[in-house]
Write a protein that binds this ligand. Structure first.
Ligand code: CDP
Ligand code: MG
Length: 135
């Protein structure tokens, strides 16, 4: 069993897509073990995406992630990390496979509706960033 940090980003929360997006996860037998709504400050968003600091898209990303409320979720399941990434689709929604969340709902490469941990290492940092009790 693995745990992964999943985020429904501000563009999707604003468009009332929380339930529809979470249903992709529940349909794939991924279990919600932590969930809360977070209105990220610039500091919280910058800390979460620190790995991307210095990249050309970093400032835009931090601004977007602090532009409204997100839903942060810990999901648990067999091979959760890789399976969730597949269900999300490619970072750029215009390149995401049909049937993925980003193909269905993503607006742009920045406003791509969801985040998912990309490795056991990143999940190990991202889960406690928002859920200190669930490390
Ligand atoms: O989210 P994912 O792991 O697929 O992509 P990433 O390369 O880790 O980038 C993190 C986030 O930065 C993306 O989900 C996009 O919101 C944003 N991004 C961007 O705005 N422009 C890019 N060229 C690449 C990423
Ligand atoms: Mg990433």
């Amino acid at each position: 069993m693995q745990r992964s940090l999943f985020i429904i980003k501000p563009d999707a929360v604003k468009r009332n897509l929380i339930g529809r997006i979470l249903s992709y996860m529940e349909a794939a037998d991924l279990t919600v073990v932590g969930l809360r709504m977070v209105d990220m400050t610039m500091e919280v968003a910058a800390g979460f995406y620190k790995v991307h600091e210095g990249k050309e898209f970093y400032d835009k990303l931090v601004e977007y992630m602090s532009s409204g409320r997100s839903v942060v979720v810990v999901l648990e399941g067999e091979d959760a990390i890789n399976r969730i990434r597949k269900i999300c689709g490619a970072t750029d929604p215009s390149k995401a496979d049909e049937g993925t969340i980003r193909a269905a709902f993503g607006i742009s490469i920045t406003m791509n509706s969801v985040h998912a941990s990309d490795s056991t290492e990143s999940a190990g940092q991202e889960v406690p960033y928002f859920f200190p009790d669930l490390g």
